[in-house]
Design a protein around this ligand. Structure first.
Ligand code: TXA
Ligand code: MG
Length: 312
């Protein structure tokens, strides 16, 4: 590589296939991309952005056929994809069986946001890797979304390789739509106007708060939460399951240990799958060990607090 931060498609594809991050252009903003099937690669997005919470990420695909490997498309979903892809529309759809996506990419939800970006380099990269790419905007948490390679380079102080595709033409993020039966619910306003969607489908687009819950089954958009009741920063009482962290004192609980060696990266990787496992084993109450509030610990604790919050 002549300039390690200005790279070719082949170099970018090799990085992504090797589980590394690479920023790439889309028609909306630059994305910080990672292989969405590789949990460690997805976690590196959070570590690099310094993002204090695990949000579900948008998974970018080369085309509708690739997207169909990961989600179930209703006729209405397929109609939207055929009309607006490639383009600035992300569709939140139910995950398909055996989708292979890392659960950290979907933040443990049973839905996934998918889109096919309308940028020749992004599409070349997606075809070259043949991987679904999770990509939030390529900026440190709390900073503006970048629309040029130079902004990405500067934002991460040169630590992230960037595929340079010139300035983004839209400059605002994609519109996010959830599809519940035959209803269209806009979760985020973005580069594709609501009017364009309404004109193309002949259906009204309802407005939802970003992250709000909508009522149709399987379309809970808020946050993954286990069925069990959770108590945080504690040790288990008799009868409670235990989500442990670090060295374990003798116990007689149903236990999953996020990381025996108290490694926050390992804990983050295990978080959603272990909660799902304890749920599947029928735990009614889960005590959760204290997790340090540093590095990825901040995002882990954020998720645990949301999972433990009283449900309405
Ligand atoms: O234009 C864009 O969409 C850019 C470029 C890089 O493609 N990407 C982007 O990604 O804005 P990100 O990660 O910043 O935004 C993801 C948004 C979050 O607000 C998240 O809550 C929502 O998508 N989202 C993702 N998956 C979801 C799901 N399964 N259910 C509900 N919302 C979801
Ligand atoms: Mg963003």
């Amino acid at each position: 590589m002549s300039d390690p931060f200005r790279i070719t498609i082949e170099e970018a594809a090799a990085l992504l296939r090797g589980g590394k991050l690479c920023a790439f252009p889309t028609e909306t903003v630059y994305g910080l991309g990672a292989d969405a099937t590789n949990p460690d690669a997805v976690l590196a997005i959070y570590e690099t952005k310094g993002r204090p919470r695990f949000n579900p990420l948008i998974v970018h695909c080369a085309d509708l056929a690739m997207a169909e490997r990961f989600a179930r498309f209703s006729p209405l979903a397929r109609e939207l994809a055929e009309k607006f892809w490639p383009g600035p529309l992300s569709l939140v759809l139910p995950l398909s069986e055996g989708n292979g996506l890392a659960d950290i990419a979907t933040a443990g939800l049973d839905t996934v946001a998918l889109r096919v970006p309308d940028h020749p380099l992004a599409l070349d990269l997606l075809r070259a890797t043949d991987l679904p790419l999770a990509a939030p905007s390529a900026n440190p948490s709390g900073k503006l979304s970048p629309t040029t390679a130079a902004q990405v380079h500067k934002g991460f102080a040169g630590r992230v390789p960037v595929l340079d595709g010139g300035p983004c033409k839209a400059g605002v993020e994609s519109t996010i739509l959830a599809i519940a039966e035959d209803r269209l619910i806009q979760l985020r306003a973005g580069a594709l106007s609501r009017e364009a969607v309404e004109a193309a489908t002949g259906r009204p687009v309802e407005q939802a708060e970003e992250g709000a819950a909508i009522s149709a089954p399987g379309m809970l958009l808020s946050h993954y939460a286990p069925n069990a009741t959770m108590r945080l920063n504690t040790t288990p009482m008799p009868g409670e399951a235990y989500l442990a962290y670090g060295e374990l004192a003798p116990h007689n609980s149903l236990v999953r240990n996020l990381s025996e060696t108290a490694d926050l990266h390992e804990a983050a990787r295990n978080l959603f799958s272990m909660l799902h496992e304890l749920d599947a084993m029928g735990a009614q109450m889960i005590a959760v060990a204290p997790i340090p509030e540093t590095g990825l610990g901040e995002a882990i604790n954020d998720r645990l607090r949301r999972a433990a919050a009283p449900r309405t």
